[in-house]
Design a protein around this ligand. Sequence first.
Ligand SMILES: [Zn+2]
Length: 449
Amino acid sequence: MTSTAADLVLAGGDVLLFDDGWRVVRGDVRVHDGRIAAIGDGMPSQQSRAQVRDCTGCLVLPGLIQAHVHLCQTLFRGLADDLRLEDWLVTRVWPLEVAHTEESIYWSALLGAAELLLGGTTAILDMETVRHTDAAFQALERIGIRATAGKCLMDAHPEGAPLALAERTDAALAEAESLAQRWHGAAGGRLRYCFAPRFAPACSGPLLRAASDLAERFGASLHTHAAETVVEREVVARTTGMGEVAYLESVGITGPRAALAHCVWVDTQEIARLAAQRTNVVHCPSSNLKLGSGIAPIPEMLAAGCRVAIGADGAPCNNRLDVFTEMRAAALIQKPRHGADALPAGQVLELATSGGAAALGLGDELGAIAVGRRADLVVLDMRGPHLTPASPDPVSHLVYAAQPTDVRDVFVDGVPVVLGRELLTVSLDEIVREAGRCASELRLRAGVG
Ligand SMILES: [Zn+2]
C-alpha cells in the first residue's frame, strides 16, 4: 500500500467502512485519479505532491446520496405549506413551475445543490420541471455535485393541472432524448440523464412505455413517483383497472433501472412484486409526513428484500434538503408502528449510501469507501457538543444526532467541492442573492405567495 500514488490523502480520521455491517478504522483514505486508491495506516514518504487533509477528530464517510429531489422547486420553499399533495400541486407547485424561466431554473438548481453539498449529499436523482432542463444541467455542471437529472414528462391532464405543463407525447419524448444525448455521461460521467415521467395520472401509457424504451437504449435511469397518496392510488385503479405497481410494470417502469419515489400505499403483494422486480423504492419520510400522505412500510419492504433509498423530495414539501433530517425521520417514524428496535441507525445509513447508489444505477461505483470506488467522500467534524461524548458506535451519532453544519469537507470524484464548510465552486453569496431575486420575480409571474 505504501507505494500507491495519491493526489489526495484524508489523514488520520475515523474511516467508516461497510462489509457485513458498519465498522470504523482509524487511518488514511488515499485518492488517485478520482477513485479511492487505498485505505489504512501508514503515510508513505513519496507523496509530496498529494494534498493532505488532516481529519483528526473527524468521521470520514462515503458521500451521502438522495435518490429523489426536485431542484426546480427550491425557489418555492415556504410557499406551499400545510396542504395535501393534490392541493399542493394544483394551487402552488404547478403554477410556480409554469412561471419558471431558464434563469430561475438555473439559480434554483444552484441553490438546491449548494444546500445539498454543504450538508454532505454528494449525489442526487433529480426530477426537473417540463421546461428549461438544460439550464439545470448547466448549474449542476458548474457546482460539482454528482447528479442524474431529467426533464419531467407529462402528456396528460390530471385534475387541475395547467395546460401549459402538458406537452404532446412526441414533443416531450424528443426533448428528453435530445437532453440525454447532450448530458448523459457528461462532466467525466458525473452527470447522467434520467427519463422522468411525473406520475402515472399525468402520463399516457404510450409515454410511459416510450420512456422505458429510451432509458433502456441510453442505459439510463427511470425516475417517477408512485403510490404516494390514497387519491393517486384510486385514480390509477379507476383509469387503468390495475394496481399502480402492476400498471407501472405493464408499461415498463420497473426493475433495477427504475426509481419509484414514495410507495406509501402498497400492499403485501405489491411489496413482494417490487422486491422480485428489484425496483428501487425511494423513501421520503419528511415529505410524506408534511403532506399528510402516510408512512411508507419500509421495514416490511426491507424484510421482503426490496431495494430502498432515501430522499428529501422538494423544498416546498419538506422544507429542508437535509439528508440527516431524512435519516433521523426514517428511523423515528417506524418505531411507533413496529417498536423501538425497528429500522436501527445502521440500516437507515444503508438507505443513504448503498441504497442510493443502487437507485442511481451506480451500485458498483458509489455508496461505500472501498478501493476502486469513486472518491465521493464527506468529512464530518465529530467535536460538536451535540456529538459529545464520542459514541463507540459513530453510526448512531451520524443518524440520530448529526446535522449539516457538522460537514467540514466534501469531495466528488476526489475533487474538493466544500472545504472548511465553504463551498468552493460557486460563490454562496451570489447564489443566495440571485436565487432570492429570481424567487421574487417568479412569485409575481405565478401570482403565488
Ligand atoms: Zn417528488
